[in-house]
Design a protein around this ligand. Structure first.
Ligand code: 13P
Length: 287
């Protein structure tokens, strides 16, 4: 059964570790993340951007796939299926109608009063569905699935205003970037600690790929309890496919079988990447 993110994130905040949100793009992605989370006894969040939802067929298809995998693979660790960067109240509601127990409403581009108003609407709906809600203030830099943002640090006032809606977790943007960083990331650690204390909420770090390990550990110490990772898993997948093709394995025997193309290196590399993150975030044995 799918869980919401409330307990696992409050536990993470208290225990000073973080739960990874690993963005998924297809069945192999979901299976790899679930398998490694079960092996490591780590609670896990599967993230789906709106673009990925469209790609995989829709909210119902994803709920069916993830619930089916959990049953068949005997997954017993808490699994949260989460809508990443929901762009409208309507899409957040659709996700919950299909069975998602966690959504992000991304009103970061809106004026704060409008962001608060729409986030409140999502929280009210989520409360009826036993679901958790993530909100965003400030903006994450870089590009993800066509959503382009400049780095815009969240203010304490915005964090306090959005907290009144009853959200579960807060993405307060403090210098992180989706995708690759140009130069060294400049994360606002002082603000992190201040906002985590002022809001009493687990904070969410978007743009988890490419941040040096020591900065990730520092961010967790400052209150980041959910860390989103997408690009590094996509790169692991691409690296595996490239190796397979470069070794011309697709041209040997039945090497053209998609289960071999994906299952030989790409699957292994995705699992290794997630496994490293579980270790770095301190999520192993926390299920
Ligand atoms: P990266 O692609 O930088 O890992 O960011 C993922 C993310 O923040 C998803 O919301």
């Amino acid at each position: 059964m799918l869980s919401n993110a409330k307990k696992i994130l409050n536990d993470a905040k208290k225990g000073k570790y973080a739960v990874g949100q690993y963005n998924i793009n297809n069945l192999e992605w979901a299976k790899a993340v679930l398998e490694v989370s079960q092996e490591k006894k780590a609670p896990v969040i599967l993230g789906t951007s709106e673009g990925a939802v469209k790609y995989m067929g829709g909210f119902n298809a994803i709920v069916g796939m993830v619930e089916g995998l959990m049953k068949d693979l005997k997954i017993t660790v808490p699994v949260v299926l989460h809508l990443d960067h929901g762009q409208s109240v309507e899409n957040c509601k659709k996700a919950m109608d299909a069975g998602y127990k966690s959504v992000m409403f991304d009103g970061s581009e809106l004026e704060i009063n409008e962001n608060v108003k729409r986030t409140q609407e999502v929280v009210n709906y989520a409360n009826k569905h036993n679901a958790s809600v993530e909100a965003e203030v400030g903006t994450v830099g870089g590009t993800e699935d066509g959503i382009v943002g400049g780095i815009n640090y969240a203010s304490l006032e915005e964090c306090e205003r959005i907290t009144t809606t009853g959200i579960t977790m807060l993405a307060a943007s403090l210098g992180s970037v989706h995708g690759h960083y140009q130069g060294t990331p400049k994360l606002g650690f002082k603000e992190m600690s201040k906002y985590a204390k002022a809001t009493n909420l687990p904070l969410v770090l978007h743009g988890g790929s490419g941040i040096p390990n020591d900065q990730i550990k520092k961010a967790i110490g400052c209150g980041e309890a959910k860390i989103n990772v997408n690009t590094e898993i996509q790169e692991a997948f691409a690296k595996g496919i490239r190796k397979y093709i470069e070794e011309k394995l697709d041209q040997k025997g039945t090497g053209y079988d998609p289960r071999k193309i994906i299952g030989t290196y790409a699957y292994k590399y995705m699992k290794e990447t997630v496994s490293e993150k579980i270790k770095l975030f301190g999520t192993a044995n926390k299920a």
